[in-house]
Design a protein around this ligand. Structure first.
Ligand code: ATP
Ligand code: MG
Length: 338
């Protein structure tokens, strides 16, 4: 009972607790000496009936096998797999019951992750199909508009040619959106090569700076030298840093500071890029969703930024972590190097 890594509760015919394993005490928040020989109803008195998993019916011979239940203790949620059955003496008389459970919290969250990525894959496929179908008509609309613009220009119709310019710009915006959607499903023409992340960051720093100035934000870049080269697609990496940098800048409505820091974790063989903003942070009820496609809190946002980043970084074996406190948010992009 002491060493077993199982939750075990033994109950007598009067529904009193006869014995309990250490693991069960830990998980249920009970002290063994205090609860032994007490009626089970009394022990779990503070737990609402629908959350009690030790029920009197166990004594009536109701057999439970692999029953999944959730349990919350100390604000931690546990997923348990429960077995229970009666105990009989040699003559077959019921003398009590046992309840046994395994803690499968990790397994369950793995399962949920798999379901989630299944869903993402499906959304990706739909997005790719739709995006493709949008691109084709767009190409011909764009072509004919260019012809029209030429005719308007030739005939000196400045106002009309101005309209076509606006239309062409808007069509380009649709095109960009569609390209992003296509990236979600399967990146096209990715070319993996040795990439110097510092160089990538230096390349995009002017773009980030431009955006920052518009929002009254100051950008700091803390390089680390030497940075090991990673295997990735240079253009896609730029997209990741741009997206996350832009998010940070957009979060700081009254100005602030965006800090980009390079770190090397030689033990884990990873390069870590921190992108920190001094914005309001991300509320807890939002943080689970920010990587979902189409989740956005911005009136003009598409909500694709982070899901595209996630896909790109996952594809090279890396990960994106978020930590958010009252005063700002840090996105950490971890990329393994060979
Ligand atoms: N640094 C940040 N600070 C606060 N909230 C953030 C930050 N980064 C992301 N978010 C939240 O995550 C949401 C999703 O971000 P994502 O980049 O996927 O989409 P978006 O920025 O809303 O739209 P898009 O990137 O397509 O313009 C944002 O709408 C915002 O609510
Ligand atoms: Mg974004």
């Amino acid at each position: 009972m002491k060493d077993v890594n199982l939750g075990v509760l033994l109950i007598d015919t009067e529904f009193k607790l006869i014995d309990i394993s250490d693991m069960a005490c830990r998980l249920l928040g009970l002290i063994r000496e205090r609860v032994l020989h007490l009626p089970v109803d009394e022990i779990f008195a503070s737990v609402p009936p629908e959350h009690r998993f030790v029920e009197r019916t166990v004594l009536d011979g109701v057999v439970v096998r692999n029953h999944a239940v959730s349990w919350t203790h100390n604000q931690e949620r546990y997923e348990l797999l429960l077995d229970s059955n009666v105990l009989r003496d040699q003559s077959g008389r019921i003398v009590g019951a046992y309840i046994m459970f395994k803690d499968v919290t990790n397994l369950r969250s793995l399962e949920q992750q798999v379901q989630r990525s299944d869903r993402l894959a499906m959304i990706g496929q739909i997005a790719a199909g739709t995006a493709h179908e949008i691109r084709n008509p767009l190409t011909s609309i764009k072509g004919f508009l260019q012809v029209l613009r030429k005719t308007f220009q030739d005939q000196g119709m400045d106002k009309e040619s101005g309209y076509t310019n606006v239309m062409l710009t808007e069509i380009n915006r649709i095109n960009e959106l569609v390209n992003e959607l296509l990236l979600l499903s399967k990146p096209k023409n990715v070319s993996f090569e040795e990439v110097d992340i510092s160089q990538v960051l230096r390349d995009i720093l002017p773009i980030i700076n431009n955006e920052a100035i518009l929002h009254g934000v100051v950008v700091h870049y803390e390089a680390s030298y030497p940075m090991p080269k990673v295997i990735a697609d240079r253009e896609l990496l730029k997209q990741v840093f741009l997206n996350i940098g832009k998010n940070g800048i957009e979060a700081m409505v009254d100005g602030g500071r965006l800090t980009i820091t390079e770190r090397v974790d030689r033990e884990e063989k990873r390069v870590n890029i921190d992108i920190h903003d001094t914005g309001p942070g991300i509320p807890l009820f939002v943080i689970d969703k920010i990587f979902d496609p189409f989740f956005t809190t911005k009136p003009e946002g598409t909500g694709l930024g982070l899901s595209v980043c996630q896909r790109i970084i996952h594809d090279i074996g890396g990960s994106i972590r978020v930590s958010t406190k009252g005063f700002g948010t840090t996105f950490t992009i971890c990329i393994p190097y060979p």
